[in-house]
Each structure stands twice: as C-alpha cells, then as structure tokens.
Design a protein around this ligand. Sequence first.
Ligand code: PRX
Length: 634
Amino acid sequence: MAGGEYKRVHDRSVADIEQFWGGEAERIYWHEKPRAALDDSRSPFNHWFPGGQTNLCHNAIDRHLPARADQHALVYISTETDQTRTFTYGQLYREVNRLAGVMRGLGVGRGDRVLIYMPMVPEAIFAMLATVRLGAVHSVVFGGFAAASLAARIDDAKPRLIVTADAGMRMGKVIALKPLLDEALGLASVPEAQVLMLDRGLVSGAARVAGRDHDYARMRGVHMNDEVPCEWVPSSHPSYILYTSGTTGRPKGVQRDTGGYAVALASSMEYIYCSRPGDAWFCTSDIGWVVGHSYIVYAPLINGSTTILYEGLPTRPDPGVWWKIVQDYRVTGMFSSPTAIRVLKKQDPAWLARYDLSSLKYLFLAGEPLDEPTSDWISRGLGVPVIDNYWQTETGWPILTAQPGIEDTPRKIGSPSFATYGYKLEIRDEHTGAALGNGHKGVLCIVPPLPPGCMSTVWGDDERFVSTYFSSFEGPPVYTTFDWATRDEDGYYFILGRTDDVINVAGHRLGTREIEEAVQSHANVAECAVVGVADPLKGQVPVAFVVVKDSTRIDSPVTNAAHEQEVQRAVDAHIGGIGRPSRVHFVAALPKTRSGKLLRRSIQALAEGRDPGDLTTLEDPTALEQVRNALKAG
Ligand code: PRX
C-alpha cells in the first residue's frame, strides 16, 4: 500500500470530514457559505454543505469571466459535419444566457425538469448549463435511445421542456431524432411538455407540432440580449437526473445534488486528473452518459479548463483524428474508454506516432475492465501513464483510482489502484455481510456517508434508493456497488464483474431485464433469457435465447435467420442499437430451477464455453442441452 501522501489524505478525508471537505468546499463559489460540511442526520439521505447556496452554472461560467472571458471554454469538433466551433468563456456565457432566456420564456423555472435529447453539439451543453442556471433539473437522454426508452424517461421525470435536434450523425449517416421524440411523446403522458428543436439542416422539412414545437434559432434571436441571473439554490437542490440500468426492467433516475457535486468535481480535477485551470482537456465520452456529464461538461468548466466536445468516431476520417486534436489543442489530459482504445488497437500503430503528443500527461480510462494488452499498447504508443478509473453513474466520479495529483503511486495492471479520497470501502462476504480481508472475493461496498458528488436519492422514489442500495446486509446500512472485488496484500483493488444482471457493452451499462422486455415485445416470443457474453472488442455483448410461440416460423435455417433479425429489430425499436442482442438463439425450453428461476449464470457459462456449474436444481435437464446445441449450431 502506498505509505505516503495518498494515505494521509485519504485517512483525513474519511476521518475528519468537516475539516477535509470544509476545506475542499472553498474551491467553488458560494452565494451563501455552508454552515457545515455534512448533515448526516437522515442517513443515507445525506446533505452535503448544509446552509450553503450556490449555482452550478455560475461556477462553470460566470465565476471565470474576470480572468478567462477570452479563453476558450468549449471547442466543438465534428468529423461528421466537418465543423469546428469554438466558444470563449465570454461567448459561452452569452449563449447560455440566451438559452436560459428562451427557457424562462417557455415557463421553465426552479425545480422544473428539462429533458435533453440531443446529439453531441454545443447546444446540448448550453441546454444543460441554462437549465441549472435557472435552478431547473436536467435529464439528458442518450441520443441513441429509441422511442420507448425515451418515453419511459419522459414519463418518470415529467419535463416541462424537451430540447432536441432534427438529427444526429454517425459514420456520415443522418440519424433523425425528432421523429423518435414525436413517437415517444405519443407514448408518454405529459401533454404540457414544450419542445425546442435545434434545426441542424440535416433533415429537410422536419415535422413541427404547432403550439408545442419551437425553433431554437428563432427563439435564440428573440432572446439575443437576455441576461438571466443565476438562481441561488441550496447545496442539496437537485441539479440533474440521469437514468441508469439495474436488475429490474425499469431504469432508475439517479438524482444528483448541486453543491456536493461541484466540490467533488473541482477537487478531482486537481487530485486525480492533474488538470490546471487553462489546460485543454479532452473527454471522448457522450454527454448522455455520466462520464460526459461530469468530465465533458461540469468538471472541466468548473476548473476553468478548455473542454473539447468531439462528435464522430475515433477512426474517421482516419485513426489519427484524436491524436491530431491532442496536438492541435495542446491537450494535457484525456479521458476515454477501454473499448475505444481496443477499436484503435486494430489500426496501424503508426497513427500514434504521427502527431506531436508532447502536451499530453495522462490518459484516463473508465467504464469497464481495462485489460493488460490494451493498457500496455496505448501507454507505450502514447508514452504517457494510463490510469484506470472505476466508478458508477450513481457516484458521479471515481470510487477507485490512482490519484497522481496527491501522490504518484505505482500502478498495477488490471487494478484501478486505491479508494479515492472521501470513499471508505469494504469488501463484504456476499452471504454473511462480514467485511473481508485482503485476498478474499466479495461485494464492494461504500461505508456511509457517500462522499460529495454521489447520488442523493432515486428521483421520486426515496424508498427505492434505500431498498436497492442499502439493504443487502444486516446491520448498519452500507452502499453496495453490485461489483465483485478483491484487494491484494499491497492494498490494490481488482474489480471482478457485476453481482447482478447488469451487463457492460462497450462501456454502456444495460440491464438484461430491460433487453428481455424488449425481446418480448416481439409478438412471437413466448419466453426469453438474455445474458452478457464476453467479447474481445466490446467487453460483453448481449445474447438472447428465445422460446417462440409459433415454431413453424423458425423451421428452416432461412426463416430462422429472418426471425433472428426481426427480434433484433424489436430491440432496436424499443431500446436502440446499443441493446441489440448480437445473436438470438431459438430453443424449445429455457433452463430453470424447480422453483421457476431462470439459470442465467449457467446459460452465460455455456455461451462463454465454461462449466455451467451445479445443476442439481434444474427442472428439465434437456433445457441446458438445448442451449448447448443452439450455441453449437451457431
Ligand atoms: O461494473 C462496473 C463497471 O461499470 C459499472 C458502472 O457503469 P456506469 O454506471 O455506466 O458508470 C460508468 C462510470 C465510469 C460498474 O458498476 N466499471 C466501471 N468502471 C470500471 C468498471 N469495471 C471495471 N473497471 C473499471 N475501471
């Protein structure tokens, strides 16, 4: 275990919360100073920085104006539309004020929800910042989600306003968004929602609903000179909702506060990411995911950095495109995912040597396990340390990571190093709940309080927050991550996969239940099981096993293949392409226990060529044979 500064800071951060976090709180602007660091009288509903009043947008923009009005705040590079647009902090301030004026004009105020269903364009960031400026709450929905998933999120958050665009682009192909939103609004029950649409000119004649749909450019023109003051909100005021998958088919709205989040992100830019104000920072995630929320938008802007928003693939127009960006903007810190690096690893390594990468100090990777060959390849190719971060949508920032801004501890491949300051971690026995020592595999848990920045509750469902995350074990409640972990004798943690039915496809988190529900939306599906199967590129891919109602429709290899595609399309229509099973296998029965529980783990083991384990409880032993045969038949 690192014995020096890291350990001292970590110990202090969990042992002397008032002093440590009280000090960190000074990194941000408070309209009203907090009277304490933490009020945990209603644990696990913690209140960070009680008494404090602040605003995220003020901390991300206004506060920097005296020193950085002419510094680039946002650089947007699209290799899809061949555009580069830059915004200084002064210009960002103006754009966000205009949009806040538009929103205010459409009736958005404190506490109202604004749903953002946008591609990777600057206006998506303006919309996030304008929302929190007004004290409203955003819910960004990833642009790749299909109508039914979007409708479920609309119904849950009940937005007053939805900000969207005519279309996104991927691999040079236009992907219309507005028709999906129209469809979702038809499915949802929020009749009062207004729509603001950015017309990128990608789709001719996008349909508009009179009285409901408003044009972004026209409204911006009307509010060109608006100055909209920041709404000062209590530290615990919700800043956003971000939906994430779990064991059930119904995604949870992770609710984030304002003050705790701002403080956690501000501190992380120094202690973890070693990024100084004024530095250029490039995070390749999507604003629809938590990494995008925290490390494309809020953390770099709160830090006074220049953040780069990239719309496009890492391989188009050529596999050097990211490294050219690093060179051109003198990027010092970069944040990406193992899958993206595995994609690049298939290309000629000469691309890594083509540009001047001398500005780059670190590459951070998160979202899924980082394998040794990928880590080695990119670290050697770039000549910089690669730092593996482990965290979750729920936490908003890393749980485990090396913290080179505190101490440059040696890294072990395959390990995201140590607990981040602020996190008190335990590995618990899955049955007894006892805290385990080094070398034992158990469930990774966070001992309350969750540090600043972590979720405050499930949107609209306090009970679900407690029952989902804090009820796994007897005794004083601890937060469970639902990840298996071990810690070695040097104190390094290793993450060994999920304990629940959540899978990770190219860094995107999906619930197998959600995908099963989408598969079941196909009329000929009687029953199904979806499992995550190891994949060399994406980490995992979903694979479906289906029992059909009418088996005459799958009686030849040709009809079978056609039926497989139909089921895949049903998932596309329900969730979107990210949930699509890579294969759909048809079987006459699914393996279940005598009590009717689906044996997903055994199916998964077979699909990965492993031993399916103890099968004495199997109701129908031939069912597993069928799975085996279906896999063999390809
Ligand atoms: O299983 C863990 C895996 O991704 C889950 C969280 O996914 P999500 O909510 O989308 O948040 C991603 C934020 C980076 C975790 O429960 N995971 C995330 N990072 C890692 C990881 N697994 C192994 N190593 C990681 N570095």
